[in-house]
Design a binder for this molecule. Structure first.
Ligand SMILES: C[S@@+](CC[C@H](N)C(=O)[O-])C[C@H]1O[C@@H](n2cnc3c(N)ncnc32)[C@H](O)[C@@H]1O
Length: 307
């Protein structure tokens, strides 16, 4: 299995923050001005469909990004629609999540409900593509998204099946749940960080949601030329898998940058894998090639070890 191969041959290890010459400076990442308006302005708008209550942490909301997702919210469960790539990638990302979380929490990966007893939050859950299988795997799932329409679709779809109707869906943000002092065993956020206003602050919020001994899984797209060619030019313009403008190349993070901002948020990245697409089979698989899509598993450091 590719993820266990990664443990013995961690090619991604070279991306850990030792040589930072090619990385954007952390301070630059942290200080990038959010494209969205300040939190107070967001709060004062009553006509939006986005999560809008104020939080003491800087807002992760980037309104133009949220508007894009709101516009296509009714296509979440169209397997041939704009979220087809996420549906296609789902078994592969679930394989990584199953393997890393089971190892971390001492669960049996071969069990039909390996996540029984785990409280899992899916941050930026969209229509629930990931939340639903997590619930079927036994987790007590909370799914949150900043777009109200997404949450409505997610709830409607989850209610079609008794094993997923237990999912707690809420239109909110990670930073607001931090204010409410919510804690989870596993905090998962897939394909969201490239859409938030401030990735470093977002990672701090994810970290604050992790309970003692917990873990996190984050996936995103590498800011590489290959990612530009495949995730933007091919996926959006040539193959038209995604609406044009879905992704901004400059918002992508390299594995090195993601590892670094997670580290600053007291999360140690322990394992990383890439996703590669086979155009002949039409399937995704785990790989040690992290040059385009990649996923990271990390654990929370003890408070006393915090940098
Ligand atoms: C590419 S989709 C990924 C959906 C889901 N995580 C998956 O992989 O199936 C990104 C999602 O993140 C949500 N989102 C973007 N910014 C957010 C934020 N600051 N807080 C919560 N959700 C956010 C969007 O509304 C959208 O549903």
């Amino acid at each position: 299995m590719a993820s266990s191969k990664l443990l013995s041959q961690p090619r991604w290890f070279r991306f850990l923050p030792r040589n930072l010459s090619n990385a954007r400076l952390f301070s630059e990442l942290a200080s990038q001005p959010p494209v969205s308006e300040p939190q107070n302005n967001i709060e004062s708008k009553s006509n939006n469909n986005f999560s809008s209550k104020a939080s003491s942490t800087p807002s992760s909301l980037k309104e133009p990004e949220l508007a894009k997702f709101s516009a296509i919210a009714d296509t979440w469960w169209d397997y041939e629609g704009p979220f087809k790539p996420l549906h296609k990638m789902n078994p592969t990302r679930l394989a990584f999540i199953r393997s890393t979380l089971c190892r971390h929490f001492g669960k049996d990966p071969l069990s039909p409900r390996p996540f029984e007893g785990l409280r899992v939050i899916d941050v930026g859950c969209g229509g629930g593509i990931l939340s639903e299988p997590l619930a079927r795997m036994g987790a007590t799932v909370t799914g949150i998204d900043a777009v109200e329409k997404n949450i409505k679709i997610a709830r409607l779809h989850a209610n079609l099946d008794p094993t997923t109707s237990t999912i707690e869906y809420c239109c909110t943000t990670a930073e607001k749940l931090v204010d409410e002092q919510r804690k989870f065993d596993a905090v998962i956020s897939l394909e969201v960080i490239e859409h938030v206003a401030n990735p470093a602050e977002f990672c701090k919020s994810l970290s604050s949601l992790i309970d003692h001994g917990g873990a996190t899984v984050v996936s995103t797209i590498n800011r590489s030329m290959r990612a530009y060619a495949t995730a933007i030019v091919a996926a959006e313009y040539l193959l038209q898998w995604l609406p044009k403008g879905t992704h901004q190349w400059s918002s992508f993070l390299t594995p090195e940058e993601l590892t670094m901002i997670l580290k600053r948020a007291s999360i140690d990245v322990k394992e990383m894998a890439g996703f590669v697409f086979n155009p002949i089979s039409g399937r995704w698989s785990l790989s040690d090639d992290i040059s385009v899509n990649f996923i990271a598993f990390g654990t929370k450091e003890n408070e006393s070890e915090t940098v």
